[in-house]
Design a protein around this ligand. Structure first.
Ligand code: PBG
Length: 331
């Protein structure tokens, strides 16, 4: 029997005929306002150190970092997530330097807010950059001690708020930390300082280049007793429920690319903005593929970032932020 073309009334290709039509029916798009740019700060002046596993991303001394932010600002980027890269003399088992008002990180936050008052600064709350054990919590007798860690995280968050942080972002995965930090911030008078919770942060191999950049790899063991098992998605809904009840203003899924289903599920089950962290290993893979000439780096980057938004993330932390802003500013 010949195929009855007459009966084929619905032709999805119709809506793909022209660029104008395609643009009109496009469901998702990227905007520079969606991005938070993670940036690395080091001690010293006039320093711009490359990171081998993250081409085009550098560790900057504060003076150079401010110049980099100025360039990003001109491209429309208004949100930054600084991370400190510290030498061993600033590390101990209790991460005491993390709330020392004279520390590099806090001085950096203040300097950024002074120079760019309308920039949004999201700060990282976790012990690892300051910990001689390289863990996000206190390590004692082979265990990460949850409740004592909260006290340190509380001091760290309040110190960051005092330095000018707009929102603090606990990336440590201790239980109860969002509620603990909310309470600590409120008691110190920082009701307007919000919390972006690293809600579903997985024990992932995709953090490798970041740990190189910060020299923050765990000195022993792994992070599996606090970061989530990559096999689990229902557990992410439990973490999301708790973080929101405890007062999180936004919740994050990290990494992004291998966890698009988690982003989607968390988005459908909550009413706060979803943040996704397009992490260092995801960045490195695309850069490596492009350097080899095996993929078109720019196109793959845009497709990946779009997929993260399509999955349900409103905000994306990405090392690609500046490159995307350059592309978007040309359109
Ligand atoms: C740790 C932290 C990590 C990242 C951000 N904060 C690494 C880890 O948990 O070991 C990773 C970010 C990236 O890979 O881009 N507090």
């Amino acid at each position: 029997m010949p195929f009855d073309f007459q009966s084929m009334r619905s032709r999805p290709r119709r809506n793909r005929q022209s660029a104008a039509l395609r643009a009109m029916v496009e469901e998702t798009s990227l905007s520079v306002a969606d991005f938070i740019f993670p940036i690395f700060v080091i001690e010293g002046t006039n320093k711009k150190e490359p990171i081998t596993s993250m081409p085009n991303i550098f560790r900057y001394s504060l003076d150079k970092l401010l110049e980099e932010i100025e360039e990003c600002y001109a491209l429309g980027i208004r949100a930054f997530a600084p991370f400190p890269s510290l030498t061993d003399e600033h590390k101990d088992s209790m991460a005491t330097s993390s709330y020392d008002p004279e520390n590099l990180y806090l001085k950096t936050i203040t300097a950024i807010k002074e120079k760019f008052p309308d920039v949004f600064v999201m700060t990282d709350v976790a012990m690892d950059p300051y910990s001689s054990d390289g863990h996000d919590g206190i390590y004692k007798n082979g265990k990460i001690i949850n409740d004592e860690t909260l006290e340190i995280l509380g001091k760290m968050a309040v110190a960051q708020a005092r330095a000018g942080a707009d929102y603090v972002a606990p990336s440590d995965m201790m239980d109860g930390r969002v509620g603990y930090l909310r309470n600590a911030l409120d008691e110190a008078g920082f009701q307007d300082v919000g919390i972006i919770a690293y809600t579903a942060k997985y024990a992932s191999a995709f953090y490798g280049p970041f740990r190189d950049a910060l020299d923050s790899a765990p000195r022993f063991g792994d992070k599996k007793t606090y970061q989530m098992n990559p096999a689990n998605v229902r557990e992410a809904l439990l973490e999301a429920k708790l973080d929101i009840e405890e007062g999180a203003d936004m919740i994050m899924v990290k990494p992004a690319l291998s966890y698009l289903d988690v982003i989607s599920r968390v988005n459908q089950n909550s009413h706060v903005p979803i943040v996704a962290y397009n992490v260092s290993g995801e960045y490195a893979m695309i850069k490596a593929g492009a350097e080899k000439g095996w993929i078109d780096g720019e196109k793959v980057m845009l497709e990946v970032l779009l997929s993260i938004k399509r999955a349900g993330a409103k905000v994306i932390l990405s090392y690609f932020a500046k490159e995307v802003a350059q592309i978007l500013s040309k359109i």
